[in-house]
Design a protein around this ligand. Structure first.
Ligand code: DQQ
Length: 528
């Protein structure tokens, strides 16, 4: 097979060919899930952007239909960029998106609605001239003014929505209000902003509560911004002061690069929506290629979407938790199990009997003591640097232990996903790492080691869980039940198709027990 075929995903969403980036306007309407996305119909690089459109009954199997929004008017002639859907009670869905009006990249916000609201698939979208452009604002940075959010309805009977921007180096989420969804007026104060963080792309703002209390009191709000500077999605948990229309992050969450991320890997420009059919909030995020542009060209495609994730507030109130939507389990085929397998220092053991290049793995590791944990140096503030320094090969105390995914038989190639535990004076510090440095024999690729800290109390539990979705060129991992997540894009040359293997390993002095491991061969999703 040609390079590209064996890196194509089996159950992660991707179009048949060409370039895809941000998920746009996700929603559930009249029994159908809609996913729009930034798409180049003519090539494998970013450009000629339209809103492609796919529909689904289950978030896993998709049918591509005609492009929903494409340049057709003076206000979007140079691009139809990211935006969101809002379902207006008694009327139905509408879309706000960013139109690029000239070669200078001047951005305005535009309005689109279904041509026929009774079409179950909402195939055709129109942009009424008298409603467009919906927002033109002379007082903002006109080339950095984009990505309107889903609107929400305030107690005063006015709609509100946010648009991302920047002034000097201050990232800004401007707030606009409207009585009728037609005329929008910028509020005196942005809902939130933060100096030194650069352009805020694709803001997202929504209420959250601890799971089981989704419909009841929203206890907190989340503001997510995609930082153009770093290409990661950062969020804070905080309070929305409705009467002032300001958002204030809690003192346990910080804005900017030092803050919490949805994902510590390749995951950007994400967007969430509320799914009333199952009372849950679902998050979509774009996972860019790490392959070279020339290889994207050879493959004929570039960009995938992460598996849609249910998102809720952790019981501590300090962070979110994410988990693949339950519908994904419908693709689980053959299952293998391991119980109570002990791994001494240096042990690695193959998980046989599944298609290791297209699999779902859930595992719980336990150990009897934390005494051997390595000392933590307070200088190690960046998880990614610590992972670079320690990796999976350097022997530790408690860990490194975890999975070797997409591994070739003799480990010439492998992508380790693993924990390392450190001891600091008052607590233990847990690192989750997904290290692409050994993922491919090919040398001229971007093979980053990604990592994040995991906020868990191991002293109480002495165990930790990991789930990895392995899909040819992606390893998407959820640590500690979805508290710290990492998506890696990898391009093995040997560990492909039925030449790929999966191992559990321990490279620390403390013995680790694979308390329980379940792995499934994954059936391919039906994505047309
Ligand atoms: N991608 C879109 C923009 C957005 C950026 C253009 C984020 O609207 O700011 O394709 O990836």
């Amino acid at each position: 097979s040609v390079r590209g075929d064996y890196h194509r995903t089996g159950f992660h969403f991707q179009p048949l060919k060409n370039w895809m980036n941000d998920p746009n306007g996700p929603m559930y309407y009249n029994g159908v899930y809609h996913l729009f996305y930034q798409y180049n119909p003519n090539g494998t690089v970013w450009g000629n952007i339209v809103w492609a459109h796919s529909v689904s009954k289950d978030l896993i199997n998709w049918n591509g239909i005609e492009h929903a929004i494409y340049p057709s008017k003076p206000f979007d002639k140079f691009g139809c960029w990211s935006g969101s859907a809002t379902i207006i009670p008694g009327k139905g869905p509408v879309i706000l998106y960013t139109g690029v009006i000239d070669e200078n990249n001047t951005q305005v916000q535009c309005y689109a609605e279904p041509e026929d609201p009774n079409d179950p698939l909402l195939r055709r979208w129109v942009k009424p001239d008298k409603l467009n452009p919906a927002v033109v604002d002379k007082d903002v940075n006109h080339t950095e003014f984009r990505d309107p959010t889903t609107a929400w309805w305030g107690k005063d009977g006015h709609w509100r929505m946010l648009v991302g921007s920047v002034r000097k180096r201050r990232g800004i989420a401007y707030l606009y209000r409207s009585k009728d969804f037609k005329t929008w007026v910028r509020a005196k104060h942005p809902i939130h902003s933060k100096g030194g963080t650069g352009m805020w792309e694709c803001p997202d703002f929504y209420p959250v509560s601890v799971i089981g209390n989704v419909v009841g009191n929203p206890v907190k709000h989340v503001l997510k911004n995609s930082l153009d500077d770093t290409k990661f999605d950062y969020y804070t948990v905080g309070t929305y002061l409705e009467d002032k229309d300001r958002y204030v992050p809690d003192n346990t969450s910080v804005d900017g690069w030092g803050g919490l991320r949805y994902d510590y890997g390749n995951f950007y420009a994400s967007k969430s929506f509320f799914d009333p059919s199952k009372n849950r909030r679902i998050l979509w995020g774009w996972a860019n290629e790490c392959d070279k542009p020339i290889d994207n060209f050879r493959k004929g495609w570039a960009g995938i979407q992460a598996i849609p994730r249910t998102v809720w507030l952790d019981f501590t109130g300090r962070q979110l938790v994410q988990w693949p939507v339950e519908e994904l389990n419908s693709l689980r085929g053959k299952e293998v199990n391991i119980d109570n397998q002990r791994l001494e220092k240096g042990d690695y053991s193959e998980v046989k009997g599944i298609t290791a290049a297209q699999a779902d793995v859930e595992v719980t590791f336990s150990f009897s003591s934390l005494d051997k944990a390595e000392a933590y140096d307070p200088k190690w503030v960046k998880a990614q640097d610590l992972c670079a320094q320690k990796g999976s090969k350097l022997q530790g105390g408690v860990g490194p232990f975890g999975l070797l995914t997409l591994a070739s038989q003799n480990l010439e190639e492998f992508t380790p996903v693993f924990f390392r535990v450190f001891k600091s004076p008052n607590k233990h510090i847990v690192l989750l790492c997904s290290d692409a440095r050994s993922s491919s024999l090919k040398s001229d690729l971007y093979k980053p080691q990604f990592a994040g800290f995991v906020d868990v109390d191991l002293a109480a539990d002495k165990k930790i869980s990991l789930r990895s979705l392995i899909d040819h060129s992606v390893v998407e991992s959820f640590g500690a039940g979805g508290k710290t997540n990492i998506l890696s894009r990898v391009y093995p040359e040997l560990a492909v198709m039925n030449q790929a293997h999966l191992f559990v390993f321990n490279n620390g002095t403390e013995p680790i027990v694979v308390q329980n491991l379940k792995a499934w061969s994954m059936i391919s999703a039906d994505i047309k």
